[in-house]
Design a protein around this ligand. Structure first.
Ligand SMILES: Cc1cc2nc3c(=O)[nH]c(=O)nc-3n(C[C@H](O)[C@H](O)[C@H](O)COP(=O)(O)OP(=O)(O)OC[C@H]3O[C@@H](n4cnc5c(N)ncnc54)[C@H](O)[C@@H]3O)c2cc1C
Ligand code: SF4
Length: 568
């Protein structure tokens, strides 16, 4: 849409970032700090830190449905409501099914947050670094394209990101889960410590640690400078945290970028596609549909960062066609949209622990106990490829009144802690497969005239074998720790509900089998960088977002260097 004073020049920036979530926020911060006039295009509404967290301080009785969603909402949103974090306090940050349809060729639960800040408002904030084994895995077993980088290439960028984000954690000295720049760790409770000791006594290769997470246990000056304050262990994080106790784009990277005076943030801007100039042989800008008026506008820049989150990044690239790239931007190899992978969360175990009746814990700790992967680390040793992290927690239930208790005795019992229970789950690596892919619907568009995405992503036998192994190994570890009533089960969840989708525009050494090079730069369109989950050549078994952030900061550094060297 052209308005008075609106010219190509006023819509031209040094850099464009598509998406304002975890990775887009980092791209914006780094680009602005390096002096580039940066336009961030975000399809969703604006969400300002603190003022736009309407439920952050409400009590359970303040909610019309006591923080549960009405049945009609659940029925209208069979996909979104599968996410454990969606409730009456948080539903404003989740995409509703009917508003953003997609086609599931195989069942795939696509959980999304379309707003300024993206899913950084509603993530679980677990931040485990990848290890050298994860970057070497593809080369070692040949199951996917070799990563063009190794742990040493990204280690300093992890540190760079961790210092700014604020990561609590313990230095555990494990090669399978490298230490980072940590603030004070959260503590394991007495039953978790007991399991930790029993596992260490029984298995040489298995280690229980407290999860590293993006919470300010001990803020440093850099965090106070962002306007953030210590985490209060309330664990109401998914509503948005008025203290800035956890890291989100809204509390951290975006306001930091804005302070430079270089940031223009444009919410309600649905990026339709990237414009490729056949003469200049590079991208010149993006086409944007206004989310409210549906009018089309073009914005221009020297470099473009695509950070719309894995599947939407794939969608935008596939939809960016030209004579040079009829099958999507940078898709000479034909692998764009292919090798999409995720995390296998199907395996779960419940158990009880008798004892430690005099033990309790303080507050609501926003993290959990973890075990780094111990399967196929150095060599192939099982009948499945790759491995899994284990997460578990122990907590006390409510005291149980019997049918006969009532009055004062009833009240007393329900306010006393009940027995200890343990919940354990797997976070398994899935191996990227050519057949697991996304593509554009040939005939179905969304309300903004953008083709809908078709998801064709499923489990393989490898995933089932891995889950079976976890159920046996997890039950054995709990048994050795003295747990009782151990109940392993497959929850049969669909892929996608892990919300760790990765791949589709993977990094690689060979342009014939990958889309991006070692700097997240499209091999054949070098002023476009992809630094969200779409870039991943494998999934590791760690929570992925800290790696997206580190890759983003690293790629910005490279891109700005290339601009200075006049290569871009
Ligand atoms: C409940 C939950 C728990 C999670 N827990 C963890 C965890 O503990 N640890 C972890 O590492 N990860 C976790 N994740 C995953 C994590 O949230 C994502 O990996 C991360 O947010 C990805 O960052 P991103 O920048 O790629 O995408 P997002 O944060 O999703 O941001 C993408 C942005 O792009 C915008 N966008 C999309 N399409 C367009 C378009 N066409 N035009 C303009 N803008 C567009 C979106 O609206 C969105 O704001 C969790 C996610 C959820 C929902
Ligand atoms: S637990 Fe910490 S980060 Fe989460 S809402 Fe509470 S204060 Fe904020």
């Amino acid at each position: 849409m052209m308005t008075y004073g609106d010219t190509r020049a006023t819509r031209t920036y040094d850099a464009i970032v598509i998406g304002s979530g975890i990775s887009g926020g980092w791209a914006a911060k780094e680009l602005c700090e390096k002096g580039l006039r940066t336009l961030v295009l975000e399809r969703g509404r604006d969400v300002r830190h603190i003022t736009d967290y309407p439920t952050a301080t409400l009590n359970p009785w303040d909610f019309p449905h006591r923080n549960r969603m009405p049945v009609a909402f659940d029925e209208a949103n069979p996909i979104a409501t599968k996410c454990y974090a969606l409730d009456e306090a948080t539903q404003q940050f989740f995409v509703k099914d009917a508003e953003h349809p997609y086609q599931q060729e195989k069942p795939f639960d696509w959980i999304r947050g379309y707003q300024v800040g993206g899913k950084s408002l509603i993530w679980a904030r677990q931040t485990q670094r990848w290890s050298r084994f994860d970057f070497e895995a593809n080369a070692r077993d040949g199951a996917a394209a070799d990563w063009p980088i190794r742990y040493a290439d990204i280690a300093t960028w992890y540190s760079h990101v961790e210092r700014f984000v604020g990561i609590s954690g313990n230095k555990d000295g494990l090669e399978t889960l490298p230490d980072g720049e940590f603030l004070k760790p959260w503590e394991l409770n007495c039953v978790e410590k007991h399991i930790q000791q029993r596992v260490a006594a029984t298995y040489k290769d298995r280690h229980v640690i407290i999860g590293r997470c993006a919470h300010l246990t001990e803020p440093q000056q850099i965090h106070y400078d962002q306007g953030r304050a210590p985490c209060q262990a309330r664990h109401l994080c998914y509503r948005g945290c008025p203290y800035g106790g956890y890291f989100s784009s809204n509390s951290s990277t975006l306001p930091w970028a804005a302070k430079t005076g270089k940031l223009t943030l444009r919410p309600d801007s649905v990026v339709h596609s990237i414009i490729y100039d056949e003469v200049k042989q590079k991208a010149t800008g993006v086409r944007v549909v206004d989310a409210q008026t549906k009018q089309l506008t073009e914005y221009y820049a020297r470099i473009i960062f695509v950070n719309a989150a894995c599947l939407n990044t794939n969608l935008i690239l596939l939809n960016s066609t030209s004579r040079r790239f009829p099958n999507g931007l940078g898709n000479d190899s034909g692998v764009l949209g292919r090798y999409v992978a995720f995390h296998n969360y199907r395996g779960n175990i419940l158990a009880d622990y008798e004892g430690f009746e005099d033990g309790y814990y303080y507050g609501r700790r926003p993290t959990t106990a973890f075990m780094p992967n111990f399967r196929n680390v150095n060599r192939q040793e099982t009948d499945f490829q790759r491995g899994y992290m284990v997460a578990f927690s122990a907590s006390r239930g409510q005291g149980q009144p019997t049918a006969e208790t009532f009055g004062a005795e009833f009240k007393k019992r329900i306010t006393q802690p009940g027995p200890w229970h343990v919940f354990m789950m797997m976070q398994g690596e899935t191996v990227p497969r050519y057949e697991n892919h996304v593509r554009l619907s040939p005939d179905q568009n969304d309300a903004w005239g953008v083709p809908q995405l078709v998801t064709s992503i499923g489990y393989t036998d490898n995933d089932t074998k891995m889950m079976d192994d976890f159920l046996v190994q997890g039950a054995e570890m709990l048994d050795k720790a003295g747990c009782k009533n151990i109940r392993p089960y497959d929850d049969h969840r669909n892929p996608g509900l892990d919300i760790h989708e990765m791949g589709g525009a993977r990094m690689g050494r060979d342009p014939k089998t990958s889309i991006l090079n070692a700097h997240n730069q499209i091999h054949s369109c070098r002023n476009v960088f992809v630094t969200d989950g779409a870039a991943m050549a494998s999934t590791g078994s760690q929570n992925p977002s800290i790696t997206f952030m580190a890759l983003t900061a690293r790629a910005v550094n490279y891109a700005v260097g290339e601009m200075k060297r006049k290569n871009l």
